[in-house]
Design a protein around this ligand. Structure first.
Ligand code: HEM
Length: 316
């Protein structure tokens, strides 16, 4: 058992909050999280090591790069409601950036058998997802009549082209090589997505952990082409079932399972609120990205990220 010192919590809510105070030991950030040298700020927070004090204190705006952030809204229509549309997307992308930062680190921690910090990161991602779910409430104030004024100015741009969203999906295990070629014209983005496609997902690492902890996981689940979608496995389901049948025996794996279910739960809610908001605003018109629109998004509701963890509920 990895986390002998961790006391049991009586509910999932307890599990979420219990880890909030755990200290995260320093670890090299993954390469994909590091600011490329060309983009790093010349002074201020990004240029110093975490412990070294900044030479001169930055102002609030300098520290947050507010000039760049607040000058990044460029409405094209002259319509009052376009600002909402832009900021809704931009804030979502910022939260996705944080989610990616946490997910990559959580995956690396699981790989290193450091579950306590991984739990805290996963709990944070679930809260980010909930934040994004609630954000739809703001967008629902955009009526179909108002959206009609904006649509001609959007061209073929669409959330379908959100490379951060796609990377989150890849990290969670929804691998689809076709989604990489959407970004063929933007090499750094394409390369980053390709990398994420080929790397093990968070769930791949959870399954590898099950194997390290002695559960009989077939080799084809562990040593496989990670760019391909993973096939659900009876052996993985049996392993999770054993964990759920006796949570006290390996509480760490039990907690990991519940953190993952929490995450997928929140992600499903995001997808559901998206498709409902889209139907409310554009009905069954095709999307600006060229899909059938609502019917495409409804199909995405059937995607299951951690299938064995959901099946185990029926088995118990
Ligand atoms: C009026 C608001 C919105 C409408 C009408 C809308 C509509 C659509 C449609 C029709 C699609 C399918 C692809 C296409 O053909 O374009 C789509 C995909 C997508 N949208 Fe939205 N959307 C809206 C707001 C948002 C917001 C605020 C976000 C947040 C970032 C977002 C993120 C996405 C993502 C990530 C996809 C890809 C989903 C997937 O492939 O599974 N959308 N959207």
């Amino acid at each position: 058992m990895l986390l002998q010192s961790v006391a049991h919590a009586g509910s999932t809510e307890g599990l979420r909050t219990r880890y909030f105070k755990l200290k995260v030991s320093p670890m090299e950030p993954p390469a994909s999280d590091r600011v490329p040298a060309a983009d790093a700020p010349a002074g201020g927070a990004g240029a110093t090591s975490p412990s070294a004090p900044a030479a001169a204190s930055p102002t609030y705006g300098e520290y947050l790069g507010l000039d760049a952030v607040l000058s990044a809204q460029h409405p094209r229509s002259g319509d009052h409601n376009e600002m909402l549309f832009i900021i809704q997307h931009q804030t979502s992308e910022l939260w996705m950036k944080l989610a990616l930062h946490e997910l990559r680190a959580a995956r690396d921690r699981i790989r290193a058998d450091q579950l306590a910090p991984a739990f805290k990161m996963l709990a944070r991602v679930s809260r980010i997802m909930e934040q994004l779910v609630h954000a739809w409430d703001v967008l629902t104030t955009l009526t179909p009549s108002e959206y009609t004024q904006l649509r001609p100015h959007l061209g073929t741009s669409s959330g379908f082209q959100s490379h951060q969203y796609r990377e989150i999906e890849f990290l969670l295990g929804n691998k689809n090589p076709a989604m990489v070629s959407v970004h063929a014209q933007r090499e750094p983005v394409r390369a980053q997505l390709e990398r994420a496609l080929r790397e093990p997902s968070l769930y791949d690492e959870a399954i590898a952990l099950l194997a390290r902890q002695g559960y009989p996981i077939p080799p084809e689940q562990l040593d496989r082409d990670f760019a391909e979608p993973r096939r659900p496995s009876d052996a993985v389901e049996a392993a999770w079932l054993a964990v759920y049948r006796d949570p006290d025996r390996q509480w760490d794996l039990y907690q990991l399972a519940e953190e993952l279910v929490d995450l997928e739960d929140a992600f499903r809610q995001w997808r559901f609120r998206h498709v409902t908001t889209v139907e409310r605003i554009i009905g069954f018109k095709t999307g600006t990205g060229g899909t059938a629109g609502v019917s495409y998004l409804r199909k995405m509701l059937d995607v299951v990220l951690f299938p064995e963890l959901w099946k185990v509920r029926t088995d118990l």
